[in-house]
Design a protein around this ligand. Structure first.
Ligand code: GDP
Ligand code: IMO
Ligand code: MG
Length: 423
């Protein structure tokens, strides 16, 4: 069997959680492969709203297996809080969640380091989620990390050594902090983790595939936040692109099947960093208000702008997208004109490829399309789509060279329109 991958194509928050939940009935396994509690994946159904950070969004659909892969960074305290919250609402994870022993642990001092590095950067700060993501991946790559599997053997010693190293750095930076409370919660989280299946999940997943089981990989963040291909250095610290699913789960590239690329009908970004199509006017405010564009984790205001097809085409290429999913179509219901950026003007020259640096002097070149001026959120099938909306879809499909399979018209599970069924 093949592994399908669902990825954000923009700067995150495209609606990955909602769509993973919708697609889960078609799969046996849902797996997270990178990122950590910097993610905030929102799901809505039966009048309830849930925000998942580390736990895969397949957890609400029956007895599917959910995997937290080796590429993920896990904060035990936040994981415990998230799992307990789910259990309270009747969604126990026991026996349905597998955690890789090779996943790295976010320590309390990683979070402090995140804050210290951001403070040291001053005005050029990344605007991280403050969850310790960068320092944890730094320790992983510099071969100093602490992994989930470590908690089964000599853990206190390993923890103390890693903590001492962090303390030295923080001391040298003259950074004041107090982790008494967070450390207590962290160790409670470590104990809590022990009840789950902590395994070498690469074996489990490959065995499941050999036995004919199907797997959906759930990306976190988005392609433009990828550490290699995003708007560096204003990115996260993991590979959010399709290739990340191979390294983050231990599946061969030859196993990859469909790649679902998910994007909003417009564009948002949270945190610092370049955003060529950002709107600073009342149109941007209107998109933010109608789209409730505030961070699921931090509550921060999301920056809003028109769709950027230069960046999207780049993402489609890097990820090898086979099917597109367009979210939040309903948010643009009430605009006379919709704009789409089809090229950048850099130093007076028009380019349609994504350049090395988009931090300065990039001016978007727009085409304008008529808005549909029709409420979409109650629509049930594509036969109800207004002509102008169909034109927008066709325009995007032509520009991106990939069909749009799913259109989302609201936050609820039910507000999802599948345009065609695969053979
Ligand atoms: P994720 O991180 O990619 O899972 O996305 P987030 O959950 O951070 O942000 C997406 C937000 O949009 C959430 O609040 C969703 O409930 C909401 N949402 C998802 N799809 C739609 C849609 O089609 N229309 C509207 N209006 N909201 C949506
Ligand atoms: P989901 O999975 C949107 C952004 C942060 C910051 C940068 C680095 O919900 O789409 P980090 O804490 O990762 O070191 O922050 O990346 N960022 C996200 N933006 N959605 C996310 O996740 C994000 N995860 C990180 O705002 O600019
Ligand atoms: Mg999110």
């Amino acid at each position: 069997m093949k592994v399908d991958v669902l990825l954000g194509l923009q700067w995150g928050d495209e609606g990955k959680g909602k769509v993973v939940d919708v697609l889960t009935p078609d799969y046996d396994v849902v797996a997270r492969f990178q990122g950590g509690p910097n993610a905030g994946h929102t799901l809505e159904f039966e009048g309830q709203k849930y925000v998942l950070r580390s736990i895969p969004s397949g957890i609400f659909q029956g007895d599917k297996v959910n995997i937290i892969g080796n590429g993920v960074v896990l904060d035990p305290a936040l994981f415990k809080a998230e799992a307990e919250e789910l259990a309270k609402s009747g969604h126990s994870l026991k026996d349905r969640l597998i955690i890789s022993k090779k996943a790295h642990l976010i320590m309390p001092t990683h979070r402090v380091l995140d804050a210290a590095y951001e403070a040291a950067k001053g005005d050029s700060k990344v605007g991280t989620t403050g969850k310790g993501i960068g320092p944890t991946y730094t320790d992983k790559v510099s071969r100093n990390g602490l992994r989930v599997g470590d908690l089964l053997h000599n853990f206190d010693q390993k923890y103390a050594a890693a903590k001492a190293r962090h303390e030295q750095i923080l001391h040298d930076m003259h950074f004041e902090y107090d982790i008494t409370e967070t450390e207590k919660a962290w160790f409670e989280g470590i104990e809590y983790l022990k009840q789950f299946q902590l395994v070498d999940s690469e074996h489990v997943i490959n065995q499941m595939l050999d036995n004919g089981k199907s797997v959906l990989c759930e990306g976190a963040q988005g392609t433009m936040l990828d550490v290699d291909f995003g708007s560096y250095p204003f990115v996260t610290s993991s590979n959010t692109v399709c290739a990340g699913a191979c390294t983050g789960l231990g599946v061969s590239p030859r196993r990859i099947g469909d790649v679902y690329g998910i994007f909003k009908a417009y564009c948002t970004r949270v945190g610092s960093g370049p955003f060529p199509t950002e709107l600073f006017d009342e149109v941007g405010d209107k998109i933010r208000d109608l789209g409730h564009e505030y961070g699921a984790v931090t509550g921060r205001k999301r920056r809003c702008g028109w769709i950027d097809l230069v960046a999207l085409k780049y993402a489609v290429m890097i990820d090898g997208v086979t099917k597109l999913i367009m979210m939040k179509s309903d948010v643009l219901d009430d605009f006379d004109t919709i704009k789409a950026c089809v090229a950048y003007k850099v130093n007076g020259e028009e380019i349609d490829h994504f350049p090395f640096d988009i931090s300065e002097g990039v001016e978007p070149v727009y085409v304008e399309l008529p808005g549909w001026k029709t409420p979409m959120s109650k629509m049930k099938g594509e036969d109800e789509f207004p002509e102008e909306f169909n034109n927008y879809l066709s325009f995007l499909e032509e520009e991106l060279g990939v069909p749009v399979k799913i259109v989302s018209v609201g936050p609820d599970r039910e507000q999802t329109i599948v345009r065609y069924v695969d053979d």
